[in-house]
Ligand binder design. Structure first.
Ligand code: FAD
Length: 281
């Protein structure tokens, strides 16, 4: 973990023109902080194919922050993946976040030719050599579908060794889970940077729903405190900023190689933490 630390912001492509304009305004604001890159999510099964592509090209080309498209393999054929890889490559995109993805309910079982992210990493390397810096996903609190922690760690190690350059974690609120995960994978010979994914706390009910789905644990003391604030959005914001800032301080002091902010297409929540941490670029 000797490299310079890196900082990035993640967006999701919007459904409306008005949402897109707002996203670009947020991106312009975040760009003034000189992040290393932006990333933009991809709806598994290709549901956001054009919107992700257009958003990535605009963030990269007009806002001029290097932007990494997310790409997931479930539900997409190799031909569709190849076409997107070539579009990105020809547009000068140099970084990609390679995922398995989760098919939206109703789309049935995975219909793609690649079943797991390690196969997508191999596919990207076969198709495009060393062109892309490949990011993969990591789960310090275990992927929700994994049979057990050992399996999940072994699968992460295989995915990293398939040719990944670095990893971004699912968000978590327990720094020890991150340090334990990194220690475990390092012992198995994986020394790529594993960058914590940081979710600012802004809205308790949404966060609780989302955390249940993705397997992130909200510690009891945080949950109880957030519940006690009820509709008091200001108190939730102040408490959330304090909890996340302190966790980020611990992560950085403990050697985390950077931070990746799940911006949720908002500037304020991530920047509050950024400013508290006095991150200099
Ligand atoms: P994998 O690494 O393939 O793992 C999935 C599960 O299968 C795990 O339980 C793993 O242990 C197991 N497994 C892995 N390989 C094997 C194997 N070879 N054999 C048997 N079991 C195996 N989703 C989206 O749809 N779009 C996005 O843009 C998106 N962006 C994300 C960004 C980040 C930083 C993170 C952390 C997640 C993101 N996700 C996104 C969610 C992600 O797609 C889901 O968590 C998905 O369920 C798993 O994707 P993965 O790439 O981690 O899968």
């Amino acid at each position: 973990m000797s490299q310079e630390r890196r900082y990035s912001f993640e967006f999701f492509p919007t459904k409306t023109e008005a949402g897109h304009e707002k996203l670009m305004d947020v991106a312009r604001q975040l760009a003034t902080y000189n992040p290393d890159f932006f990333s933009c999510t991809y709806g598994a099964g290709g549901s956001t194919r054009d919107r992700t592509l257009n958003t990535v090209l605009q963030l990269d080309g007009e806002i001029k922050v290097p932007t990494a498209p997310h790409l997931s393999c479930v539900g997409d054929s190799k031909a569709e993946l190849r076409e997107l890889l070539n579009l990105y490559k020809n547009a000068g995109i140099k970084r990609i976040v390679a995922l398995r993805g989760d098919l939206p309910s109703g789309m049935g079982m995975a219909s793609g030719e690649l079943r797991y992210a390690n196969e997508l990493v191999e596919f990207i390397r076969t198709e495009t050599g060393d062109h892309f810096h490949i990011e993969i996903a990591a789960y310090p609190e275990m992927h929700p579908q994994a049979r057990n922690f050992e399996d999940d760690i072994a699968n992460f190690v295989r995915k990293a060794k398939a040719g990944a350059d670095s990893a971004i974690t699912q968000y978590f609120f327990n720094a020890d889970s991150y340090f334990y995960f990194v220690e475990r994978v390092q012992k198995l010979g994986v020394d790529i940077p594993v960058v914590p994914g940081i979710m600012p706390i802004t809205n308790y009910s949404k966060l609780a729903r989302f955390s249940d789905a993705c397997g992130a644990e909200i510690p009891r003391w945080v949950r109880k405190q957030l519940e006690a604030y009820g509709d008091d959005a200001d108190s939730i914001r102040v408490f959330g900023e304090q909890v996340i800032t302190e966790m980020c301080e611990r992560l950085l002091q403990g050697g985390a190689p950077g931070l990746h902010f799940y911006s949720m297409n908002l500037a304020g929540p991530s920047l509050a933490i950024w400013n508290n941490l006095k991150l200099q670029r």
